[in-house]
Design a protein around this ligand. Structure first.
Ligand code: ZN
Length: 425
């Protein structure tokens, strides 16, 4: 056959997992004109074959919790393609970086020039996530404009998938639930989910307006949330999260899940293996897995205007170098005993559902953009360490090899990727 080839690229012989289509097995993936053309065994008629035997071939990974408003949010915002396609991730969801005031810049300077697909949960605060929410007083109810945020979300409906807010102890002591109520109000008008951060972030006020019981932060917040809203950072070691002051899973969590709320790991700096074990052992499995990487937990040089110290200055250290990736967060889930069959949906179809994009991304369905992540699936002996210095042994390590974004190939060569030989044996 020398006429027109059926495919531009065929990924040959990888272990394909596409939970959205219940596909799991060794087969080929054919790509034509930047779209998925076929997932079958033994595809023939391609301009180019790529041998991916022994590797995992997954729908393009989606990081539900990214911070990529680079050059605007201070040291907080990473280079989108460094966290994205050059780390094997095809879609990034910025959590609360851009706001109604700054969304036009986010579109022009971040979304449009990036090879990675970039979406956002728009900040409920007019200033957005500047400097990693460094100045608490900017996040008061007076700093929220529901009308302007709703308008910005409507004007950018192709990118805005929800609204970001915080159920944070310091915030509760200053303003109670007021900001979250405004976020829910805006989300009701937009029919979008709200994504709520749990765990301490901006510190506690010297003279609190409200006396706050840490165990009520979660339960009071859940009361005002709706099915589809997202609770983030279930594995935080900070008070006011999923593990209560008695060291047990907060009883509200199961009721929240019954009510249809969703959980996002939102790994970040405060991820704790001990907390993760408690939550997982209690039978609670998060729906999505965001890496929550930013300039305070990875090796990125300070940007002009950045505070010299930040409460989130906690690096993921491997041999003295702060590195992280969504794939590494997946490896940590495996080390905690979550199966690969449960981890893959967290970064593919479950995340697509959270974004209201089921069947559009996070799947290898015929006709969708050819966003595909190819991972190495190594066996050996590694030790993972969290920021509380708790260690977990791992015998399996997932690392990105390359990804295709709309059929275009990007090597996983980001400087922040953890190097397997630097992870302690
Ligand atoms: Zn974050």
């Amino acid at each position: 056959m020398d006429g027109k080839k059926l495919y531009d690229i065929v990924l040959k012989g990888g272990r394909v997992i596409d939970p959205a289509q219940s596909i799991e097995g060794i087969c080929d993936v054919g790509i034509k004109d930047g779209k998925i053309a076929a997932v079958k065994t033994d595809l023939k008629g391609s301009k180019k074959n790529i041998d991916v035997r022994g590797k995992l071939v997954l729908p393009g990974l989606i990081d539900s919790h990214a911070h990529v408003f680079q050059h605007v949010s201070g040291r907080f915002g990473l280079d989108p393609d460094m966290a994205g396609v050059r780390s094997g991730v095809t879609t990034l969801v910025d959590q609360g970086g851009p706001s109604c005031m700054t969304f036009p810049a986010f579109r022009k300077y971040i979304v449009e020039p990036s090879a990675s697909r970039v979406l956002a949960f728009i900040s409920i605060y007019v200033v957005g996530g500047l400097e990693g929410h460094y100045y608490p007083y900017l996040y008061a109810p007076e700093g929220v404009d529901v009308k302007a945020t709703v308008r910005a979300a409507r004007e950018n409906a192709d990118l805005v998938r929800g609204i970001k807010s915080h159920a944070e102890i310091g915030g509760f002591e200053r303003w109670g639930l007021d900001v979250m109520k405004l976020a829910v109000k805006a989300c009701n008008e937009l029919d979008l989910p709200v994504y709520i951060h749990f765990g301490q972030l901006w510190g506690r006020p010297k003279t609190p307006k409200y006396k706050v019981d840490v165990d009520k932060v979660l339960s009071d917040t859940v009361k005002i949330l709706r099915p589809g809203d997202i609770l983030a950072h279930p594995f935080t070691r900070h008070p006011g999260g999923f593990v209560n002051s008695k060291g047990k899973l907060h009883p509200i969590v199961k009721r929240a899940l019954d009510k249809g709320l969703k959980l996002d790991v939102g790994h970040g700096s405060h991820f704790s293996f001990d907390m993760a074990k408690k939550v997982l052992d209690a039978g609670v499995l998060p729906h999505t897995l965001g890496a929550d990487m930013h300039g305070y937990n990875t090796s990125v040089l300070p940007q002009p205007g950045t505070p010299t110290e930040h409460p989130d200055d906690e690096m993921h250290l491997f041999a003295g170098r702060a590195q992280f990736s969504l794939c590494h967060a997946m490896s940590e889930m495996l080390a905690l005993g979550v199966s690969l069959e449960d981890v893959v949906p967290m970064v593919t179809n479950n995340c697509a559902a959270m974004l209201g994009m089921e069947g559009e991304i996070g799947t290898l369905k015929k006709g969708v953009d050819a966003d595909i992540s190819v991972l190495n699936d190594e066996r050996g002996s590694w030790t993972f360490v969290d920021n509380s210095k708790t260690e977990v042994h791992a015998d399996r390590l997932l690392t990105p090899e390359f990804c295709l974004r709309k059929g275009e190939r990007f090597e996983a060569d980001a400087s922040i990727l953890p190097q397997p030989d630097l992870i302690a044996a």
